[in-house]
Design a protein around this ligand. Structure first.
Ligand code: DGL
Length: 259
C-alpha cells in the first residue's frame, strides 16, 4: 500500500463533506476520494441491516479506488455498521460518533442537547456512550427531515427554519448549555441554528476530532503522505452532482455516477 493512495471518505450524502473539509485542512498533502451515496439518503430511518449493506457497498467502491484508509463520515453508518466493516475488510477505518464526552465534561447546567438521526440515537454504540455520562441530563432529539432537505438543496428554506425551531426550542427551555450535532450534515445548519438558540449555548461536533484521528491512524500505519506534489481531491455522487458541487462551494472534480 502506498502513502500516495487516497483517503477514502463516504457518507449517506453530501454532509460528510463537513468532515472532508476538516481532513483537508489538517492534511492538505493527502489525496482524497469522497463518495456521496445521496441516492440512498437518508440512512437515518433505515434498519441496521440496510445500513450495514450500504456501508459495505460504499467501502468496496472506495477500496476499488485503492483507498488506503476509510473514513466513515456518517454518524449513522458508524454507530450501526463500523464493527461489521472492521470485521469484514482488512483496511483501517476511522468513524465518527456524537461528541457527548466533551459536552458532558464541560456542561455547567448539567444538561446537554443532542440532535442526530433516529439510527444514531437508537444504536447500541450511542446508548452505551450515554450510560457513561449519567452525571448529565441528555436531551435527545431526532432531526426528522433535516437530511432530506439538505440533500434537496433546501438548506435555507422556511421549512428548514420551522423544523429547527421545533427541535431546538424545547432544549433551550430545558436549559441546555451545549448542543451536540450528531450528524455530519448538521454543521451546515450552524448559521441558522445560531439564530434560534441563545449565544451562551455552545455548539459542538466531532469533525476536528475525526481529522486528528485520521492523522493518528495514518501515522501509526506509516501511510502519511509526505509528498510535496499537488494533492488530488475527487468527489463522486450517485445522485444530482450539482447539490454536491454547491455545498463544496468551489470547483473540484465532482462526478455523477451510479454505484
Ligand atoms: N450524515 C449522516 C450522519 O452523520 C446522515 C444520516 C442520514 O443519511 O440520515 O448521520
Amino acid at each position: 500500500m502506498s502513502s500516495k493512495n487516497p483517503i477514502g471518505i463516504f457518507d449517506s450524502g453530501i454532509g460528510g463533506t463537513s468532515i472532508w473539509r476538516e481532513i483537508h485542512n489538517l492534511l492538505p498533502q493527502e489525496n482524497t476520494f469522497y463518495l456521496a451515496d445521496s441516492k440512498n439518503a437518508p440512512y437515518g430511518q433505515k434498519s441496521k441491516e440496510e445500513i450495514i449493506a450500504l456501508s459495505s457497498k460504499n467501502t468496496e467502491f472506495l477500496l476499488n479506488q485503492n483507498a488506503k484508509v476509510i473514513v466513515v463520515a456518517c454518524n449513522t453508518a458508524t454507530t450501526n455498521a463500523i464493527k461489521e466493516l472492521r470485521a469484514k475488510y482488512d483496511v483501517p477505518f476511522i468513524g465518527i460518533e456524537p461528541a457527548i464526552k466533551p459536552a458532558a465534561h464541560r456542561s455547567k447546567t448539567e444538561t446537554i442537547g443532542i440532535l442526530a438521526t433516529k439510527g444514531t440515537l437508537n444504536s447500541e454504540l450511542f446508548n452505551r456512550a450515554v450510560e457513561t455520562y449519567s452525571n448529565v441530563k441528555i436531551i435527545e432529539q431526532v432531526g426528522y427531515g433535516l437530511v432530506s432537505l439538505i440533500e434537496e438543496g433546501k438548506m435555507n428554506s422556511e421549512e428548514m427554519t420551522g423544523l429547527l425551531n421545533d427541535y431546538l426550542k424545547p432544549m433551550v427551555e430545558q436549559n441546555i448549555d451545549y448542543l451536540v450535532l450528531g450528524c455530519t450534515h448538521y454543521p451546515y445548519l450552524i448559521p441558522q441554528i445560531k439564530k434560534i438558540i441563545p449565544s451562551h449555548i455552545k455548539i459542538i461536533d466531532s469533525g476536528e476530532a475525526v481529522a486528528k484521528q485520521t492523522k493518528n491512524v495514518l501515522e501509526k500505519n506509516h501511510l502519511l503522505n509526505t509528498s510535496t506534489a499537488q494533492s488530488s481531491q475527487i468527489f463522486y455522487s450517485n445522485s444530482d452532482a450539482r447539490v454536491l458541487k454547491d455545498i463544496l462551494g468551489f470547483s473540484k472534480e465532482v462526478y455523477e455516477k451510479d454505484f
